[in-house]
Design a binder for this molecule. Structure first.
Ligand SMILES: Nc1ncnc2c1ncn2[C@@H]1O[C@H](COP(=O)(O)OP(=O)(O)OP(=O)(O)O)[C@@H](O)[C@H]1O
Length: 239
């Protein structure tokens, strides 16, 4: 299901096109991003602006920009969204349920859930019944996906593969397929050639200026990984 249909950049309100984030090549000429599929991936080199865009969208969704939903109020590590005030989201229908996952600040989110459990006794209810800190990084991610995510919602995930083994990444694809069938929308920044293989996803390449759609098999992630796996030794000798 597609709830969030367009991300529009309010270019005329950009204060300065020479500084972060307005100077990023991926954003420089970008006017709108159309989200036409239930699953949209942001791909691109490190530093191309994927997280910046995702964080801006999370900010406009009202989600905690360090990770969480509309219901997670905690002060730890809240990051200012530099792009958030300069984008406009078009919804049909409007969706307020959802979650913003940031691999890098997940530790703080887990602490916030522990604190909610300590104060109100409700913290672990959506997370598999136990502290996210008492599970491995990958297990805790998976507990979040499997327990906290449900069908009707918008899920913004920044490198969800960070803690997942290849097997768990494939399990995540199954889970995502079920959630999409139940009506979920995903926007995912990723470097994973496994996740990118999700059928019918729209892949947006942040290495282009402005951002452009790209086919799975044309992504550098697919091509490089494929060539490497075919023969790592030859690949390394080509350096
Ligand atoms: N708060 C900030 N102030 C100044 N520059 C920043 C800030 N946050 C990020 N940048 C820079 O902006 C660029 C884009 O960062 P961003 O995190 O959006 O990239 P990314 O595509 O998500 O990269 P990665 O794949 O490594 O996560 C990078 O060069 C980064 O160093």
């Amino acid at each position: 299901m597609v709830y969030l249909r367009t991300i529009k950049l309010l270019r005329e309100e950009f204060p300065n096109t020479k500084e972060y984030p307005f100077h990023l090549p991926s954003l420089r000429k970008l006017k709108t991003i159309d989200l036409e599929a239930s699953v949209t991936f942001f791909v691109g080199e490190n530093g191309s602006g994927k997280s910046t865009m995702l964080e801006g969208v999370a900010y406009q969704c009202g989600f905690h920009t360090a990770g969480g939903s509309r219901n997670n109020y905690y002060d730890v590590d809240r990051s200012d969204s530099s792009l958030g005030d300069y984008i406009r989201l078009s919804w049909l229908p409007k969706m307020t349920n959802g979650f913003f996952l940031r691999a890098e600040s997940f530790y703080h989110f887990a602490s916030h859930i522990d604190e909610t459990e300590r104060i109100r006794g409700t913290g672990y209810s959506g997370y598999g019944g136990r502290s996210l800190h008492n599970q491995s990084h990958g297990e805790s991610f998976f507990a979040l996906f499997a327990n906290r995510f449900n069908g009707r919602g918008i899920y913004l995930l920044d490198e969800p593969e960070a803690a997942l083994s290849p097997k768990r990444q494939i399990a995540f694809l199954y889970l995502m397929q079920d959630l999409v069938e139940e009506g979920a929308q995903f926007i995912i920044a990723t470097h994973s050639p496994i996740l990118l293989g999700y059928p019918d996803a729209k892949i947006l390449n942040f290495d282009e200026s402005p951002v452009q759609e790209v086919n799975y098999r044309d992504t550098e992630h697919y091509q490089l990984t494929r060539r490497f796996l075919e023969n790592p030794a030859i690949f390394l000798n080509e350096k």
